[in-house]
Design a protein around this ligand. Structure first.
Ligand code: GLC
Length: 727
């Protein structure tokens, strides 16, 4: 295949042997080497003979050139490779974990960091990222809650569109962009008891209204690839779910991209117990709609046999091959297999450091700030920095660190040192690990203490579920000692999930700041927030539990017939723990005293085809600029089904100058009030709707407007999801 041309794909398929076709449906993994992973001799041979058309976990210009040369210049048909990698929250420049970015509620930022990551990754020869991860999660025991947009499906939808646009840009043949993969469709976030890879058993409406909307938005935004989840739903693994992958995705939603399995997920159909061997596993996956077998070896070992046994047909194989070749063509790989490789990406990486710094501060959530303990003054007595995460560089990268390197990360300690040149910063390595002697020595000298604790990156992410997602005992003990000194303690919590915080911190710390895993510039951003150069911009995208026993806990719950009431015994409460979370969805403090006021609607009723505008003022009573997130929730007090007490339907980040008033406007149409009726069709019903406007999802704190939906009961045309969960 000569470069510079776009082949006639059908003619190309007609020239391919069966092994070459199966090769295009096979993705193998690269292997690590000094300057990053290189394809091992085996992989280069498999590219030359065409038995693997895709690879993952390989990058670096030199490694990429040799792999693409093997495939596009040294093989019989010269078909270039798709190179995939988990560029989830950055490539060499690492941004905050997605859960942290979600806390910024800033779609422009979400898109900007994806575009920056794409630019760096494409320069390393990558053409497909396995991101954005769009699994809505409400169980912080699940390690992968760190990777997604949090608990709310609407945030997931906005996040999906921003990330697909950021990664893919306007055209996939742009050498600075990547094909994006919306993953992992199939209710991965609803995993049983928060254990990774476990079954998900959920209602049809939860599947349709919670788990699928973000994927529908990704498809609408033109996402190039989709990855099914490892888990089964009611016994059917997503990798074999034809109703989901073909019926819903391709036939109802019109998805025309590729479906790539998760790692070894096709072969795991045997372990699930729905396939007896690789031939059956390959047939199940291919017929469900899975085009590429990632590292499972089932297509390479079983698809030819499946053809002989009549489990699949050649047209079915050809259809999958055509979709893969079409993506390679859209990426411009036939025209130039070396697309994007090589311009030294160093200047881009330097430019992206500023973005990483801004993103990390925008993600930080200030949970508590007693008596305006923060920001700290630029002058004053010593600040003691104590705790196991103070000097942790690697942990700032988070679980999916791409090509990130610990040596590129600014630690919390270094960031604090740089942010307070006029103050003595006390640090003693041993103090981070509950060493009383070193700790007390520092505490005695300090005027203020910054405690750096939480999780390490290895406690979060894939296969890292925690049955007790709280602060480690040693850290609880250390925090207790620090509080006992009587000095103000500023607690910095690094984490990939909400973790249950001990009362000693919740009640007695002067301030609590969630820094997530903040990425390459975590320390710099922390310094900016502690010295007031930046506000902590985040609001919680997940409910923060007060006790492990509350999990799963989320704001959009239904009332029940006996809502929790401490005054009534026979109500939905616990005897031994509170019902309310420690911190609600949307919670987060800033440095300026902003408040919501004067919520209004431009009409009292709304019917089909009409729109309504809601406005709310954001007032800054302070003397510094401030920002907040205006949230609009919908409450449907009486409907044909019991509805969640409120559902987020719009949000907007807004900055307000000191002493000023800014007004936010939200325009709504009736589809905002739609839900899945008893017949599993999307409907809008007439009647009262309350609009709740403000910040966090605490009903009594929100401004309430009441409107009337008219027009009777109307169906909203949208994909039915019955088939996806009911085979
Ligand atoms: C992993 C993850 C998936 C990732 C893939 C490739 O097991 O489930 O999100 O994209 O393998 O690394």
């Amino acid at each position: 295949m000569t470069t510079g041309t776009s082949p006639d794909l059908s003619a190309l398929i007609a020239r391919m042997s069966l092994p070459e076709k199966i090769g295009q449906l096979t993705m193998v993994t690269g292997h690590w080497a000094v300057t990053g992973p290189r394809a091992d001799p085996l992989s280069l041979a498999t590219f030359r003979d065409g038995s693997a058309g895709c690879i993952l976990n390989l990058w670096s210009p030199e490694a990429m050139r040799e792999a693409q040369r093997a495939a596009s210049e040294e093989s019989r048909l010269g078909i270039p490779l798709i190179i995939g990698f988990d560029v989830v929250h950055g490539h060499r420049t690492v941004f905050p974990i997605p859960l942290g970015e979600a806390a910024s509620f800033d779609p422009a930022l979400w898109q900007e960091t994806a575009a920056a990551a794409a630019k760096e990754a494409a320069a390393d020869g990558i053409s497909l990222t396995f991101a954005p991860m769009l699994d809505v999660a409400r169980d912080p025991r699940w390690g992968r809650i760190c990777e997604g947009p949090g608990e709310d499906p609407y945030v997931g939808q906005v996040f999906a569109v921003a990330k697909v646009k950021g990664f893919q840009g306007r055209s996939l043949d742009d050498p600075a962009r990547l094909a994006a993969t919306a993953k992992h469709i199939g209710a991965y976030g609803a995993t049983l008891a928060g254990r990774d890879y476990a079954s998900a058993d959920l209602s049809e409406s939860d599947m349709a209204e919670v788990q699928l909307p973000a994927f529908a938005s990704a498809v609408a935004a033109g996402v190039a690839a989709i990855m099914p989840s490892f888990n089964d739903i009611a016994g059917l693994p997503s990798t074999a779910n034809a109703a989901l992958l073909t019926g819903l995705l391709r036939q109802r939603w019109g998805f025309d991209g590729i479906i790539v399995s998760d790692y070894n997920a096709v072969a795991e159909l045997i372990v699930h117990g729905v396939a007896a061997d690789h031939a059956e596993a390959a047939a199940l996956a291919l017929r469900a709609g899975v085009d590429i077998d990632m590292m499972g070896g089932s297509y390479s070992r079983g698809l030819a046999e499946a053809l002989v046994r009549g489990l699949v047909t050649l047209p079915e194989i050809d259809a999958a091959v055509l979709r893969v070749l079409r993506l390679k063509e859209r990426l411009g790989l036939f025209a130039d297999p070396y697309r994007g490789i090589g311009p030294d990406a160093e200047p881009a990486r330097v430019a992206h450091r500023g973005l990483a710094r801004r993103a990390a501060a925008a993600a930080m959530v200030l949970l508590k700030n007693e008596a305006k303990a923060l920001p700290l003054s630029s002058t004053g007595g010593a600040i003691a920095v104590i705790g196991p995460l103070a000097q942790a560089a690697d942990d700032m990268l988070g679980p999916w660190s791409g090509a990130g390197r610990a040596e590129d990360c600014v630690t919390l300690l270094d960031g604090i040192r740089a942010a307070f040149p006029g103050r003595t910063i006390l640090y003693e390595p041993a103090s981070g690990f509950d060493s009383a002697k070193a700790t007390m020595a520092l505490a005695r000298e300090a005027e203020a203490i910054v405690f750096c604790g939480g999780e390490t990156r290895r406690m979060s992410g894939e296969a890292n579920s925690r049955g007790e997602p709280d602060l480690a005992l040693a850290q609880r003990r250390l925090a207790t000692k620090l509080i006992a000194t009587g000095k103000p303690v500023i607690a910095i919590i690094c984490c990939g999930r909400p973790i249950v915080l001990p009362p000693v911190l919740v009640d007695k710390a002067a301030a609590i700041l969630v820094a997530w895993f903040g990425g390459s510039e975590a320390g710099t951003a922390l310094g900016d927030v502690l010295n007031g150069h930046s506000e902590p911009g985040g609001r919680l995208p997940v409910t923060w539990p007060a006790a492990i026993g509350q999990i799963p806990i989320y704001y959009a719950r239904r009332r029940s017939g006996r809502p929790a009431d401490a005054r009534q015994h026979y109500t939905s409460k616990y005897l031994d723990i509170p019902v309310e979370p420690q911190f609600a969805f949307g919670h987060g403090l800033g440095y300026a005293p902003l408040r919501f006021a004067n919520a209004q609607v431009d009409r009292a009723t709304i019917g089909p085809g009409q729109s309504l505008t809601v406005s709310v003022d954001v007032v800054n009573d302070g003397n510094r600029e401030g920002a907040t997130v205006a949230m609009l929730y919908v409450q449907d007090p009486v409907a044909s089904l019991a509805r969640p007490i409120m559902l987020l339907k719009r949000f907007e980040k807004i900055s307000v100058a000191p002493g000023a008033v800014a007004t936010v406007h939200f325009t709504l149409t009736t589809d905002v009030f739609a839900f899945l009726g008893i017949d599993m069709e999307r409907i809008v019903e007439s009647g009262r709707i309350d609009l709740l406007i403000g910040g966090r999802a605490v009903e009594e704190e929100l401004l309430r407007l009441t409107i009337e939906v008219t027009g009777g009961r109307s169906h909203i045309a949208a994909a039915s999801v019955r088939a996806a969960v009911n085979r």
